[in-house]
Design a protein around this ligand. Sequence first.
Ligand code: NAD
Ligand code: WQD
Length: 349
Amino acid sequence: MPETVLVTGGAGFIGSHTCVELLDHGYEVVVVDNHVNSSPEALDRIAKIAGRPLAAAHRVDVRDRRAMSEVFASHPVDAVIHFAAHKAVGESVARPVEYYDTNVGGTCALLSVMHEYQVDRLVFSSSCSVYGDARTVPLTERSPVAPTNPYARTKLMCERILEDVCARLPRMKVLALRYFNPVGAHPSGLLGEDPRGVPGNLMPYVAQVAVGRRERLSVFGDDYPTPDGTGVRDYIHVVDVAEGHRVALEHLDDRAGMRVFNLGTGTGTSVLELVGAFAEVSGRPVPHRVVDRRPGDVAALVADASAVAEAWDWTTTRDLTAMCRDAWRFQELNPDGYSRRPRHVGGPT
Ligand code: NAD
Ligand code: WQD
């Protein structure tokens, strides 16, 4: 019998790509999402790309224990991937209770329902933001953690809760993956990042400038101690992130307890390098001007990605050009995100 994986937040940016990856590898996939930050249309597109349907999709809030219990009662869940969370750093400062409630409360609710149904295999979405203002890069999983905002604290708190649960329940197997900067889109152009309002993150903002939806990019500071003075990040293609989750599932049973891994490429890219790569790939200018640093930003965050490579014999394969090319294809085909059908659906190139 194929394994059934429950994916919370499965209609979101990373969740939707992961659902495709799981369907492509023979898993049965059950999605739980309240669509607070996603469109149900993403679910149709997942099925279209994979050429087969999800086992089920439930419009449910992960904090709703009774509804979650019904979901577990109706499917033979073998493992859970928990993406559902709020993720905007600035918003987390403005609405901390909402962030703690959804991210920490949602994880606690999920854990108690998993316990009720004796499901003990979990992959958890953590974040490089737990490292905070890193003094030295690249960051290994043993680098000190020092989150600097409520969002990042919710992620670290969840990691701590998971450690405590694993200490109490010896059968539990948990992998917490600290993603660096996931970007890009599915090569079909059907799935991608669809931020509501003005994008806070670099890649979607650049894509909207290139397509003419925004006038120009503000580059937040060029006086960082980096080669060209702009911020350096470890961008990772979302399909590599999705693949990483499928590989994580295959390694959940390696060992009981809680393990933490970085999910990055190990390569740093500056804001100006990304802008240049995007302009080249899209053939469109990306007007930009340098403004003040964004409060709370750090100079460089780059993963040491060797632990995952050693543990799973797996590495990322998609480079910055692929990230920009796929983000651009999604932007071109879906200029208004998921609110309209794509103009044309081509195959991967
Ligand atoms: P996303 O907002 O696109 O996806 C999150 C999904 O969860 C959305 O579909 C949303 O509707 C759903 N959701 C939110 N609260 C919910 C709730 N209470 N009940 C049910 N569903 C709920 O975000 P993403 O970029 O796909 O991120 C997925 C996970 O990865 C999050 O946990 C995020 O914190 C983490 N992460 C993201 C990044 C990044 O840069 N995108 C980096 C590191 C970690
Ligand atoms: C990247 C670089 C900016 C926008 C965020 C979260 C983090 C994690 C990943 C979830 C920085 C610069 C950006 C713009 C710019 N998410 N920039 N102009 O801040 O590294 O990380 O996403 O876990 O928690 O904080 O990503 O894409 O916002 O910024 O110059 O309009 O681009 O200063 O150097 P960040 P980002």
